[in-house]
Design a protein around this ligand. Structure first.
Ligand SMILES: [Zn+2]
Ligand SMILES: [Zn+2]
Length: 901
């Protein structure tokens, strides 16, 4: 939808869309900006320019328009007390990790807290009406601005003022009246300073008018009145109109303090701490001028690099001043901002990684480290984390409990960065010599493949500036990862299936066939659990056909059959394979137990990443930074089995989603988003509470036992735990014990064989010299046998031969070699069995080999034995498997050694 079109339409009827009661009561006049033509409302009838174009833009820096001074924490207290005093409920912030939406990693606006996606529709669920919330929002699209512009943050507090106009809530008149009084009464800003600018908002198929409110050129808030749906011209009024007023708490603090930047008044003691480290004072006239120019320049120039250059020129800063004051300041602001974001994200269960939303977190931590290195700052991150949390806990007490976890995670991540440095250095030094500058796409590829941030390249002077579009592009790239495709099946006009597995869950039932297509059948009711939440489907039979798959499409359960298919309209008998179901059920409850066991053993950052439950095996993937150690695995298993031993009841209750979220928090969304209004809460007392649509045992004792079979780090930040439970676990343990016994036996056997071999070797070593002695003493012309070695010594031929079992390879090799060395006229053949083969070793002495070639002898024998042999005239070996030809082979050898052939 074209916003400009809508704005033109709305502004053509200001009485209908913009003129609220306050404007009439106070005497606001409507003006059109001389420069940009936008319409705005003001009490100053002489004002001709909109806040963006007027000369007073950012004149609050150094000269705040309020008598009161409030920092970040105090500002929230003021805002909160004002709205509570005026009938609003103050709601605690929602997590910054947006687990209730499939399309967002992080909470990007306060209204997101209350949006739930049902099908393709966004519905709103308010825990109170009207309400106000200090919602921390994370945005990574314009990271290059952070620290530089004075007003951009990677995380900020959006004051969310929300109302549904009904008997409790209000609409435009009261909203604008409240916002005006917040500024004037509560913050003490003069009425004449407040300017409202006409605008519109459109998104997600709906749209409405909005009023942005400014003081001294600073946009403090934007009240959006979501009122219509559809295309402009053909639009209709929404059943549920919504007020979405979002204001920046950091800006509220800034306008009352008038510091050079919003950073100076929003990080509590942190910025001052850092200023001391580098020895600069932030409250100088020079900074006031510089950041006022930056603020003005942001409206004028597209590129931040130009904004900065322009401001430097305008204020007349020297290079020395820029290097000594501005650049270090920017670094300090960046460090403070990024650390604050990491604290919120890690506290809410996100981990830096190279996938999904974890991407941005790793990126900003690396920016922090690169900035510290570039500035040569030796900072203790733990100390800064403590200082941040000590300051933030006034508004966000929940951060206090995750202090140590945040430190742990950042330490691990910083360590990883250090480890990868030498590799990064290599890549960077190669780039240094290259003539042309790196493109944004090249920079993105480098970060994706090597984890090299542009900040690091800047630190090493490979690049001088980070391209302005880098962070936006990277963020877009990873946002689109979190989207899903939908399969289209012929299921039109079917009622939702009556899901018996959520009711009395009979394992045998009768049902009516409502639709048949391909090999699929839809019944009016079913007990077959449809694949979902990582739980595999039930099998069994429908009519006489095998059920091989079951899936849910919207509220309709589709069974896939094998062997045939019933007819539409038929009543069929159905039977669920109850043993399979029972095993899957045990595995499902086990994943819940293991998930919470892992969290209690490893840390608060453990979330279920995904899970899979089959009948005979299951796995749980958890978010964790490192592979699991043996002792961690044992500890998790121990905790899980103690929960089983306690035989805790597993209870299932249905809650209104909002109630469940308020009661248990967002930890219930371990298995991901629940797209229904009523959530099914599965709780194992306080130990584990999850929103889950799966089947579960009645008491933890029913599982009997959980056994972890394997763990593996499957991706950055995710560890897989494979496990079995119940009978499968007992079988597994038994099998493992048997395997162990077997392997002990096998190794004993191996050892025995090894020992025997050693013994024989030793024997051979002792025996060989004795034998050689005996043989050399035997000079008679004739034959004899010593120790089963036949000795043949005639004038025409001299040889020794043995096929005795007592001799092995070691003997033959060593004996034969020495024998022919002692007597070059001799030939030696040893034949022995090794496994299923008969092997031959032949030596022929220096002289003997001239007529009795060892290679030929070995080859001829091996051929007879059905094998092969080879070597040279002095030494050869061979073998074959035909044991029945052993005698024939021996005879052949003898005849060759006798010189008969
Ligand atoms: Zn203007
Ligand atoms: Zn579950």
């Amino acid at each position: 939808m074209d916003k400009k079109e809508i704005l033109k339409e709305f502004s053509s009827d200001p009485d209908r869309f913009y003129k609220v009661k306050l404007f009439a009561d106070e005497g606001f006049v409507r003006k059109s900006c001389l420069k940009c033509k936008r319409f705005f409302w003001t009490l100053d009838s002489g004002r001709e320019l909109c806040p963006d174009d007027a000369d007073d833009t950012y004149s609050f820096i150094g000269n705040p328009p309020t008598t009161k001074r409030f920092d970040y924490t105090q500002s929230w207290k003021e805002v909160e007390s004002f709205f509570v005093k005026n009938g609003h409920t103050s709601v605690s912030r929602y997590p910054v990790v947006c687990r209730w939406r499939d399309d967002l990693y992080f909470t990007i606006a306060s209204i997101v807290d209350f949006q739930r996606i049902m099908g393709s529709k966004v519905v709103f669920e308010f825990p109170a009406n009207p309400l106000v919330v200090p919602q921390t929002c994370l945005r990574f699209k314009d990271l290059e601005n952070v620290g530089v512009t004075g007003r951009h943050f990677s995380s900020f507090c959006m004051i969310g003022q929300h109302s549904i106009p009904n008997s409790q809530g209000y609409w435009k008149d009261q909203c604008v009246d409240l916002d005006f009084r917040l500024l004037t009464d509560q913050f003490g800003i003069k009425k004449e300073e407040v300017v409202f600018v006409e605008d519109v908002w459109a998104g997600g198929g709906s749209f409405g008018s909005s009023l942005e409110y400014f003081v001294k050129g600073l946009e403090l808030g934007n009240a959006v009145f979501t009122e219509f749906q559809g295309e402009l011209g053909k639009h209709t009024i929404l059943d549920q109109k919504i007020i979405d007023m979002g204001a920046g708490l950091e800006r509220f603090a800034w306008i009352t303090m008038g510091t050079p930047t919003a950073y100076d008044c929003c990080f509590g003691p942190i910025t001052n701490k850092l200023f001391q480290k580098i020895g600069i004072s932030p409250n100088s006239e020079l900074l006031r001028m510089y950041f006022t120019e930056i603020a003005k320049g942001l409206e004028k120039f597209e590129d931040l690099i130009d904004v900065r250059k322009h401001a430097i020129k305008k204020v007349g800063l020297t290079d020395e001043q820029v290097n000594r004051i501005i650049t270090p300041l920017e670094g300090i602001y960046l460090i403070a901002d990024h650390l604050r974001t990491l604290i919120f994200a890690i506290s809410d269960g996100a981990l830096p990684s190279n996938v999904g939303g974890g991407y941005n977190l790793r990126m900003i931590l690396r920016r922090v480290i690169a900035t510290m290195n570039r500035m040569n700052l030796k900072l203790d991150l733990d100390e800064l984390i403590d200082a941040h949390i000590d300051y933030l806990k006034e508004t966000y007490p929940e951060l206090n409990s995750s202090r140590e976890d945040v430190k742990t995670i950042l330490k691990i991540e910083a360590g990883r960065y250090d480890e990868s440095k030498s590799r990064m250095e290599k890549v960077a030094s190669k780039l240094k010599g290259r003539g042309k500058p790196l493109t944004v796409n090249e920079l993105i590829t480098m970060y994706e493949s090597d984890g090299i941030t542009p900040d690091y390249l800047k630190e090493l002077d490979v690049i001088s500036e980070i391209p302005s579009t880098f962070y936006a592009k990277l963020s877009d790239l990873h946002q689109s990862e979190k989207k899903k495709g939908v399969e289209k099946l012929p299921l039109d006009n079917l009622p939702e299936t009556d899901m018996l597995f959520y009711k009395d869950d009979p394992m045998e039932f009768e049902a009516k066939v409502l639709r048949v297509f391909d090999r699929s059948v839809v019944l009016d009711k079913t007990s077959f659990y449809a694949r979902g939440g990582g739980q595999e489907p039930d099998y069994g039979t429908i009519a006489k056909y095998k059920v091989i798959d079951v899936n849910k499409h919207g509220g309709v359960v589709v069974h896939e059959l094998e062997g045939g298919i019933p007819n539409e309209g038929e009543m069929v008998k159905c039977k669920v394979d109850s043993l399979r179901r029972e095993n899957i059920t045990k595995n499902h409850t086990s994943t819940h137990i293991l998930n919470s066991s892992s969290r209690s053993v490893l840390g608060s950052w453990i979330w279920q990443h995904s899970a899979f439950k089959e009948a005979d095996h299951a796995r749980l993937d958890i978010t964790h930074h490192s592979p699991l150690s043996e002792s961690e695995i044992n500890e998790i298993e121990k905790v899980a089995n103690s929960v089983i031993k306690q035989n805790i009841p597993v209870s299932i209750d249905n809650f209104d989603r909002g109630t469940a979220e308020q009661k248990y928090g967002f930890k219930i969304y371990q298995g991901g988003v629940v797209p229904v209004k009523s959530v099914r809460i599965v709780s194992i007392k306080d130990f584990d509470v999850e929103a889950c649509g799966g089947t579960h045992v009645k008491k933890t004792g029913d599982i009997e036992i959980i056994k972890i079979t394997k763990t593996k780090r499957i991706q950055d930040g995710v560890v897989r735990i494979e496990f079995v439970s119940g009978q499968t676990a007992f079988d597994y343990i038994k099998q493992k014990e048997m395997d162990e016994i077997k392997s002990v036996e096998e190794s004993a056997e191996k050892e025995q064989i090894q020992n025997q071999k050693e013994e024989r070797k030793q024997k051979a070593r002792e025996k060989i010299p004795v034998l050689l002695e005996k043989i050399s003493a035997y000079h008679l012309d004739g034959t004899t046998t010593i120790d089963e070695i036949q000795i043949h010594m005639t004038k025409s031929s001299k040889f020794c031969f043995t096929s005795s079992d007592q001799y092995d390879e070691f003997f033959h090799i060593n004996f034969g070699k020495k024998l022919v060395k002692n007597n070059p006229m001799i030939t030696y053949v040893g034949i022995f069995e090794a496994g299923s083969t008969i092997r031959i070793i032949v030596y022929s002495g220096e002289e003997a080999s001239k007529s009795k070639n060892a290679g030929n002898i070995a080859k001829s024998m091996a051929e007879i034995l059905g094998g092969a042999g080879g070597g040279d005239e002095k030494f050869a070996q061979g073998g074959g498997k035909d044991t029945s030809k052993k005698v024939e082979a021996i005879n052949k050898a003898k005849s060759m050694m006798l010189g008969l052939e």
